[in-house]
Design a protein around this ligand. Structure first.
Ligand code: 5GP
Length: 178
């Protein structure tokens, strides 16, 4: 099936280590890793271990198809993480893929909105330390990015325009049958 990009478990393990290596090489280390559930849960856990980052949060985002099915937008669903600890922190948001990129864009906006917007710094005449303590320094990492994505993630393992089969979701849920 050449219209599919199939990622196996072993290769995913390499992908997670490669992504973490990319983060380390950039000279930026997160205080906190945030997973975009559900697709980003497995990648975020693997990347957090590879970085040695213990603090984690999750945001549950799904594509909600409204009454008008032509305008599907991602929405944040409960349970919501405690975002009060975000200001002053470096946050790495991890997801499986930036396809349309709308999910990741929504999450990055939400995470950054918990801090002081960068363009308010000047208005409030804050010094550098104060600015840093109120700002959320957020970056994004994805296993795959597609060319149509509205957002360019900071860290990308691989690029494709094909449908991706991830190891955790390529099989249907288990049943009682063997
Ligand atoms: P978005 O279009 O907002 O970037 O992607 C939303 C979500 O749809 C992704 O996080 C992912 O869970 C799912 N998705 C998008 N493209 C693919 C794909 O090629 N394969 C799989 N398995 N899921 C995808």
């Amino acid at each position: 099936l050449e219209d599919r990009e199939v990622l196996g478990w072993a290769e995913f393990g390499e992908a997670a280590r490669d992504l973490a290596r990319e983060v380390v090489r950039s000279g930026w280390m997160p205080d906190l890793v945030v997973a975009v559930a559900r697709g980003g849960l497995v990648p975020a856990g693997a990347v957090a271990y590879a970085l040695g980052t213990k603090a984690m949060g999750t945001l549950n985002v799904e594509f909600y198809t409204g009454v008008a099915e032509t305008l599907p937008e991602p929405v944040v669903l409960p349970p919501l993480m405690d975002t009060s600890e975000l200001p002053g922190r470096k946050v790495l948001v991890v997801d499986d893929v930036a396809d349309s990129g709308k999910t990741l864009a929504l999450v990055m906006d939400l995470i950054r909105s918990k801090g002081l917007p960068a363009d308010l710094d000047l208005d409030l005449d804050l010094d550098d330390d104060a600015t840093e303590s109120l700002h959320v320094d957020a970056r994004s990492a994805v296993v795959y990015a597609k060319p149509r994505s509205v957002i360019e993630p900071d860290y990308v393992w691989r690029r494709t325009d094909r449908w991706i089969m991830f190891p955790w979701s390529s099989q249907p849920p288990v049943t009682e049958e063997p």
